[in-house]
Each structure stands twice: as structure tokens, then as C-alpha cells.
Design a protein around this ligand. Sequence first.
Ligand code: IMO
Ligand code: MG
Length: 386
Amino acid sequence: MKVDVLLGLQWGDEGKGKIVDVLTPKYDIIARFQGGPNAGHTIEFEGNKFILHTIPSGIFNKNTTNVIGNGVIIDPFILQKELNNLKVKNIDPSANLLVSKKAHLILPTHRLLDAAYEQAMGKGKIGSTLKGIGPTYTDKIARKGLRVGDLTSGKFAEKYESLKSKHLEILRFHEFDYENHKLDGVLFGEYEGKWFEAAETLKKLEHIDSEYFINRALESGKKILAEGAQGSLLDIEFGSYPFVTSSNTITAGVCSGLGISPKKVGKVYGIFKAYCTRVGSGPFPTELENEEGQKLRDVGREFGSTTGRPRRCGWLDLPALNYAIMLNGVDELLMMKADVLSPFDSIKVCTAYKCGDEICEESCYDVATDDVELDTIFDECIYEES
Ligand code: IMO
Ligand code: MG
């Protein structure tokens, strides 16, 4: 057996949760392989709307095992909130939720660092979800991070304090008033207490060596779907850098984020919207900063499920879509929200960009540097209208 993959081909928010939910009955295991609570996957179950940030979207199916893989980063506080929301509706997620021991933890101070870095960047900010994603992956790569397995190691408090004190030093250097900063409406000191309570809940979930679990499941004939978060244009390597997230959102991320060989990757489902949206900063060639953009936002209800921010909206960008299809090896394309275009008399799709005198059908985001105004590069999209 092989691991099938479902991922977003744009800047996130393509409707991944909805499709995973539809596909779930065909699979025994749904596994998240990257990202963290920056994701917001919306699912309707028995008339109720749920937004999942960390938990895989197979959680509503009793027969599905859900795995949070090693490539994911977990904020115990946010995970606890998700678990509580599900329990209110009489769903006991702990029964079929497994967590990799190697998944890294988002500490309260990671979230503070995210806020401090964004504040320091002023106009050039990434527009991060402020969930601590960048700082947590930074510590992971710098080999300083804490992992789920550390929670039960007996030395967790010590390790936590050591990393926290390094973070506080950086925050002081940035003159960031962390004591008065609120996280989810709560002052840092109080939030930290809640975080530790939530860490106890995470401790009680089943911790696994997910790479062995997944490979053994494949050997025994189980069907597995890897659920992507964010989108290919937010990938750390190939997205519109630096306006990206800090993980590999493309198919390649499944291998490192779950511990499977590239030979074990099966069918790749690529999901995109019939138009484009983006939250946060960064280039967006087909963006519509006019009434048409507003209409897309209103009809498509394009407001962030994680941050509530209005999403930037624009026409479908085919060079960018082709780029994502190439990077991911997409086998099946799924187009979402085409109905949002119904009220438009005519619609456009971008088929190429005009960069100076040159017409370019390839994605050329790497020209986005500080000294070049992004708008002037991408002003000239070439469209087909119908
Ligand atoms: P789902 O899984 C849309 C964007 C942020 C910001 C950039 C970096 O719901 O599709 P980060 O918090 O990761 O450091 O932010 O990436 N972003 C998303 N945009 N959907 C998401 O996830 C996103 N996750 C991050 O807005 O521009
Ligand atoms: Mg989202």
C-alpha cells in the first residue's frame, strides 16, 4: 500500500478539510504531516461547524485513526480547546487520535516571539497567524526545540525553563513588553499556567513512534491519507519567500513529516479554488483591490478561519497553479467554490505574466525583493476572459 496525499495548491484555505472529510470513509488512517495551529480546517458534522487546527479531519469518523505526525508542531493549549469543542458534541477524540513523540511543541514564548518579530518588521511583516509557527520551527532546526516525547521524560520542567529563559532574553532585546502581552485574551503569566494544564491532557493522549506506525500500517494493507495544511505557494522552499510559512507544504513534506520513503507516496490530490485568496502579506499577481475583489470576498465568505482576517481575493492564477501541480506531482485536481463565480457576468483567469517586455508563463516570484515594489512587477497579468 501507499500513502495518498491531499494538499492545497494555492495560499491555503482551498477547502482541504471538506474534501478530507468526504474522502475519510475510504481510508483507515488520516495523518497530518506538517504545519500547526496556523491551519484552520472547517468541517460540518451533524449540522455543527467545527474548525480543526491540529487534529486531522478524519476525527468525525469513528472507524478512522488520526495521526499527528512528527512534522507537525503542537500547541497543547490550542489542542486542548479543540478537544473540548469536540467533547461538547459528544465526540471523544482521544479514542482514535495518536500523536508522534517527535512532534515539536509550541511554547507560550514561541507565540510571544512571533508577535515580537512581526512587530519589529513593521511594514515588511509576514502577516503571520501569530501562533508561534516560525519561532517553533526555528528552534527545531536550531536543535533547541522541545518535543511531545519530552513531556514524559521527567526533565520537562527543566528543559522548558531553559528554553523559556533564552526566549525571554530575545524578547527583552526587542524591548517587547511580554508581561502585558495577551495570548488568546489572557496575560502571558496566566496563559502559561493554562498551557501547562493543557500539556497534561496532551501527555495523556497516546504517543507513538509514528514512522513505525505508518510503515507497519502500510505493510498490513491499511489505507492512509496524508492531509496537508496551508498551500504550496506558502511552502518554505518554493512559496513566495519570505512571505511563506515555515514548513514544507508540498508532497515532499509527507516523506519527512511522516517518515515514509518517496516510493511509498501514492495518489496526490491537489485542491484549488476557482479563484485565488491570500491572507497575510506577500505578492499576489491577480489580486483585485476593487469591487470585484469585495464581491468574491462577500459571496465566497472569505474571512480567515484561524484569525478572522478578511482574505485578499483575486482571479485564478494558472501559471501559479501549474507550478504547484509540477511541484506536487498532482494526479487528480479538485476545484472548489466555482459557484462563487456565478453572480459574475464575466470572469477572468491569468494565463501569463508580463514582466517588462517579456511574457512569462512560469511562476517568477523570486524577483520579489525589498527594493522592488511588488505591485509594479505583477501589475501586468495577461488574462483570458469569458
Ligand atoms: P490552512 O491549512 C491560509 C499564512 C499566514 C501568513 C503566512 C505565514 O487553513 O489552509 P504563519 O502563521 O504560518 O507563520 O504565517 O502563512 N497562513 C495561512 N493562510 N491558510 C492557512 O492554513 C495558513 N497558515 C498560514 O496568513 O501569510
Ligand atoms: Mg485557513
